[in-house]
Ligand binder design. Structure first.
Ligand SMILES: NC(=O)c1ccc[n+]([C@@H]2O[C@H](COP(=O)([O-])OP(=O)(O)OC[C@H]3O[C@@H](n4cnc5c(N)ncnc54)[C@H](O)[C@@H]3O)[C@@H](O)[C@H]2O)c1
Length: 323
């Protein structure tokens, strides 16, 4: 079986991708330090505990499994935390990734699928955001992802290590079989927060209702986590077939406002949800919607679960099952 090393495979998106990899006949090997992930989520393939910056440990795992490719999810991923503690992000997301890639190159330069982000674009000057939009991140998290994209481009030129950087918009939903789902601590993503507010009869904080959008609240492009996982398998096959280094958006080309998310949560849960209206947060663009043409052309990918209600039903099924 073709083995794939999956850093961060005990996290939200990595664990769903491992499940889909296994379904496609690959053997995922999760490599995770469990700083933000869950051991129970890494239940599709082998598990190896370790930090991506620990070169000796990474090398021993590479020697043990001889993976055909690397999927690199491991990172810290909280925008607010990155603003408060930038060096944490520069060290873990950039420094430790440089160490991981050096170890990989020293062993054997296998292709890489990298978890990048729409946060690399910053505030958009046109919509939908296509891959050739300027990348001007407005926080250390987005900058850390951009640096790794550049690092991967430079490594290809120097060492023939090909990669696909997948720039996800907002990951949402859960495994429809509810075996795994989103379990961040603390949770910062809107959909699980809104669903938790419905479950616990608490209020959901809405930051700003004076944006230049139809209802005044921010609009985001939500992509089902299984669609993201499917895109990883396609990107992997593209690289294993000899595909060239590139960056690809994973988006729906469709956005929902915060109030639309709340209304959908009310329909899905059958509960009414209270809103606590607060001032805008610094650095929240009004609208983020991604263009998906390149993913269609290059990977043959299109999202199958773009309907927000489907995404929220899966997330709710997971949340109510696990609570
Ligand atoms: N969730 C989103 O909407 C979203 C959007 C765009 C990009 N991304 C990116 O996708 C990736 C996965 O996101 P997620 O939401 O699943 O995050 P997550 O926090 O659930 O998963 C990240 C995993 O990486 C592990 N990890 C972190 N640092 C590590 C290290 N130094 N060594 C080993 N393991 C380490 C954590 O323990 C965790 O299991 C991240 O790189 C994130 O930046 C996420």
């Amino acid at each position: 079986m073709v083995k794939i090393l999956v850093t961060g495979g005990a996290g939200y998106i990595g664990s769903h991708t491992c499940k889909v990899l296994a379904r496609h006949g690959f053997e995922p090997v999760v490599y995770d330090n469990l700083s933000r992930g869950n051991r129970w989520a890494a239940s599709f393939g082998m598990f190896e505990l370790g930090d991506i910056g620990d070169a000796a440990r990474v090398r021993s795992v590479l020697e043990k499994y001889r993976p055909s490719a690397l999927m690199h999810f491991a990172a810290y991923a909280y925008v607010g935390e990155s603003v408060a503690s930038p060096l944490l992000y520069y060290r873990n997301n950039i420094g430790e990734t440089a160490s991981l890639l050096q170890t990989l190159i020293d062993f054997e330069p296998a292709p890489v699928v990298f978890s990048s982000s729409c946060a690399t674009y910053g505030v958009p000057n046109r919509l939908p955001i296509s891959e050739d939009h300027p990348q001007q991140p407005i926080n250390p998290y987005g900058y850390s992802k951009l640096v790794v994209e550049r690092m991967l481009g430079d490594i290809d030129a120097a060492h023939n290590l090909r990669s696909v950087s997948l720039r996800y918009f907002n990951a949402a939903g859960a495994d429809p079989e509810a075996e795994i789902g989103e379990a961040h601590e603390p949770e910062t993503h809107l959909i699980p927060l809104v669903l938790a507010a419905a479950r616990d009869a608490t209020a959901i904080k809405v930051f700003g209702n004076d944006y230049d959008t139809a209802d005044g609240t921010c609009i985001r492009d939500y992509v089902h986590v299984l669609d993201i996982a499917d895109a990883h398998v396609r990107a992997l096959k593209y690289l294993l077939d000899g595909g060239a280094t590139c960056a690809v958006n994973l988006a729906n080309e469709r956005g929902y406002s915060v109030l639309e998310v709340v209304a959908t949560a009310e329909r899905v849960t059958g509960k009414s949800i209270q809103i606590e209206l607060l001032p805008r947060r610094l650095g929240d663009p009004a609208v983020l919607i991604g263009a998906l043409q390149r993913a269609r052309t290059l990977l043959g990918w299109k999202p199958e679960r773009s309907d927000l209600e489907i995404q929220m039903r899966d997330a709710w099924k997971w949340m109510t099952r696990s609570s």
